[in-house]
Design a protein around this ligand. Sequence first.
Ligand SMILES: CC(C)(COP(=O)(O)OP(=O)(O)OC[C@H]1O[C@@H](n2cnc3c(N)ncnc32)[C@H](O)[C@@H]1OP(=O)(O)O)[C@@H](O)C(=O)NCCC(=O)NCCS
Length: 155
Amino acid sequence: MILTEMLPEHIGGVKALLDVCFGESAWSVDMIRAQLEKPDSRSMAALDEGMIVGYLAFEQIVDEGSIVEVAVHPDHRRRGIAQRLIESAIRNAGALSVVFLEVRESNVPAIALYEKIGFERIGIRKDYYDNPKENAVIMKYNGVTYENTGNRKQL
Ligand SMILES: CC(C)(COP(=O)(O)OP(=O)(O)OC[C@H]1O[C@@H](n2cnc3c(N)ncnc32)[C@H](O)[C@@H]1OP(=O)(O)O)[C@@H](O)C(=O)NCCC(=O)NCCS
C-alpha cells in the first residue's frame, strides 16, 4: 500500500471508491475533479496493487487546515490507512496551527478515528446534513506537533 498525491488519472478510481463508501450521496466526477484542481487544496490517494483504496481531501487557508473528505474501501479498513492519510496531510501542510472538520453525529467509526488522532469535539451544527437530516459534530485538532516540512512530496 502506498500513499501518493492524487493525479487526474485517479479520478475514476476515486469515484468508484466514494460510490462504495457513500452510495447516493457520493461526490460526482466533476466534484472530485474540482476538488483536485482547487487552489489551497490537496487530494491524496492510497493505492493497493494499483487500486485506489483510500482518498483524502484536505484544504488549508493560511495556518488553518480542514479535512473535507476521507474514505477507505470497506475491504481495507482498520489497517491504519485513514490515519496515515490524515497524519501525512497534516505533517506536510507547512505552517499549520489548527485543523477543523465536520462529521455526522452517527458516524462512530469516523469520530473514533479523529479522536484517536487527537481531534476534540468543540460543538454541534444542527441539521447540517441532508439525506438523512442530521447534526454535524465539529471537531478541532490543536496538536500540530509534527515537524512540518512543507515538502509536499514527503508522504
Ligand atoms: C472512517 C474511515 C475513513 C476509517 O478508515 P480506516 O482506514 O478503517 O481507519 P484506520 O484503520 O486508520 O483507523 C484508525 C483508528 O480509528 C478508529 N476506528 C476506525 N474505524 C473504526 C470503527 N469501525 N470502529 C471503532 N473505531 C474505529 C480506531 O481507533 C482505529 O485504530 P485501531 O484500528 O488501532 O483501533 C472508514 O471507516 C470509511 O471510509 N468510512 C466511510 C466513509 C466515512 O464515513 N468517512 C468519513 C466522513 S467524515
